[in-house]
Ligand binder design. Sequence first.
Ligand SMILES: [Zn+2]
Length: 308
Amino acid sequence: MSVALFTHPSALAHDTWPEHPERAERIRAVLRALEAPEFSGLLRETAPQATIAQLTAVHDPDYVDAILAMPKDRITAIDDDTAFGPGTLEAALHAAGGACAAVDAVFEGWADAAFVVMRPPGHHAEPDRAMGFCFFNNAAIAALHARARWGITRVAVADFDVHHGNGTQQIFSNDPALFYASSHQSGCFPGTGQGSEHGIANNVVNVPLQPGTTGEAFRAAWETQLIPRLTAFAPELLIISAGFDAHAADPMAQLRLREADFAWVTSALLGMADACCPGRVVSLLEGGYDLNALAQSVAAHVRALMRL
Ligand SMILES: [Zn+2]
């Protein structure tokens, strides 16, 4: 299967504080892993900048203006976790724009699926608030871009990052034609994502997992709870918020997944998408903070996307 890989050098120039886990080395590690010969078939593309219209389809215009006007001569603390530095705006614009270009790739049909290797991540960003390392909600921006550009209505996000995508859920929960499905560690940042959160039209499904959960229970959650709901929703496009911080080696949380579990969930989601939206899948890098585990997990994810 032809898979497009979108990235941009600005992802390396978004400087966070020293010792910050969300760092440029993450992108370097991922891209190095994807240099292996087995990935030579990837269609390597440059992620463009998002337009203001793409951003304001999701975010409040005043919030977008405030981000555009942030100081670019120093690192500013948005909160205890989230740093805006001189290169942040350009990286955030290319991360959101790469997500939109990935949507275009699968609808234009020259790629069967697409993966966006950019940072900052997006799933914590709310319409009017940056948080949790995130500034623009790349998954939601891609979803609303797909609607505006390609005339579809029903878009689903599947999020297996170890943290709950509070921003994506907030944006999706009031629109019955958007669907958000997440597995994440119970009690972790940001604290949302209870099983009781259902959205306006039962269009949100959360499966919190206890610390220590292994791949077996993770796979069961997707197989019996999350994928059946995604299948019933029948999206015209599936977006994956692909975070790899549920890996056993990741320092941010205590789930016990391995590379094979990320390959499994990717293949399971592709199988669902094959049935609903002829395989149109756009995957966006979210978290993952142990560099080796991240690189190997991304390799497993992309191998599955390529159906190798
Ligand atoms: Zn995360």
